[in-house]
Each structure stands twice: as C-alpha cells, then as structure tokens.
Design a protein around this ligand. Structure first.
Ligand code: C2G
Length: 138
C-alpha cells in the first residue's frame, strides 16, 4: 500500500484544499492529512483560525480523498510521521517549494501548484469587509 501524507491548517475549507488533496490521493492508495492544531497555528505560525481544530478535523474526515487525519503539533514531527506511517510520498502546495527537501532522504517529496485566486485569508478578508458593510448599513 502506497501512503501519501500532507500537512496544513485547512481553515475555511475551499477548492484549493480539495484540489491538493485530490492530487495527493492520486499518488497513492492512502492519504494521511496532518491538521495544524490551534495551538500550533498560534504559537508557530502566528495565525488564528476561524474554524476550530476539532471542526477542521471533521471537515477533512468527510472528504472523499482523505483516509486518516492526525494532529500537526510541531514543525519537527514530519520525520517521525513518515517513519511511523511508512509514508512513500510527502506532498505540499508549491508555496512551500523547497522548504521540505530534507525529507527526500526518507520519501518522495512532491510540491503541487497552488490553486490560483483562492485562499483562507482571502475568504477571511472578504468576510470582514462584508461584516463592516453590514454594520455600517444597519
Ligand atoms: N493550497 C493550495 N492552493 C490554495 C491554498 C492552499 O494548493 N489556493 C495548499 C497549500 O499549499 C497547502 C495546503 O493547501 O499544501 C493547506 O494549505 P494551508 O491550510 O494554508 O496550510 P499552511 O497553513 O500553509 O500549513 O507544516 C506545513 C504547514 O502546516 C502548512
């Protein structure tokens, strides 16, 4: 069985995430997704999410391309995960191009092109503009 793994926040789940997960699953038989915990996002990425960790896990578990969801609690867990789950392929979007090449000694590393014109932060910004307009109009 060929195992693929990818990591991310997956806040405000959108088509860019779906495209990545679909492509990742097409590389193997089993796709594991490591979802950043709220603590990891805040402490290590300096970002807060709209959707809490538990809900982001449930959304990913409902995705047809995802076979297993595990927590991402730190930058350094990837090597351990690759060995623990006998991972064959590590996948990320190309906004991370080259950042995880050290994992090439453990498994194949693939960076897929990001889906253009969609991101969780763009959705967040749009929502805050709408909330502002709504507040001004009422
Ligand atoms: N992605 C994409 N196209 C988009 C948006 C995101 O292909 N329009 C990809 C990203 O490249 C990433 C995955 O979807 O591979 C998840 O994106 P994020 O939730 O933004 O992940 P990030 O916060 O970058 O966390 O250890 C790795 C980090 O946890 C990655």
């Amino acid at each position: 069985m060929k195992t693929v793994i990818t990591y991310g926040t997956f806040d405000l789940f959108h088509v860019g995430h779906v495209n990545l997960l679909k492509r990742a699953k097409e590389l193997g038989d089993r796709l594991i997704v490591a979802v950043s915990t709220d603590e990891f996002n805040l402490q290590e990425k300096g970002k807060t999410t709209i959707v809490p960790y538990e809900h982001r896990v449930k959304v990913l578990e409902s995705c047809r391309y995802v076979d297993m969801v595990i927590p991402e609690e730190g930058w350094a867990q990837k090597e351990h995960d690759i060995q623990k789950y006998a991972v064959d392929v590590f996948v990320m979007g190309d906004d991370w191009l080259g950042k995880f090449d050290e994992l090439k000694s453990l498994c194949e590393v693939v960076y897929f092109p990001r889906t253009q014109n969609i991101s969780s932060s763009e959705i967040k910004n749009a929502l805050s503009v709408l909330a502002y307009i709504n507040k001004e109009l009422t």
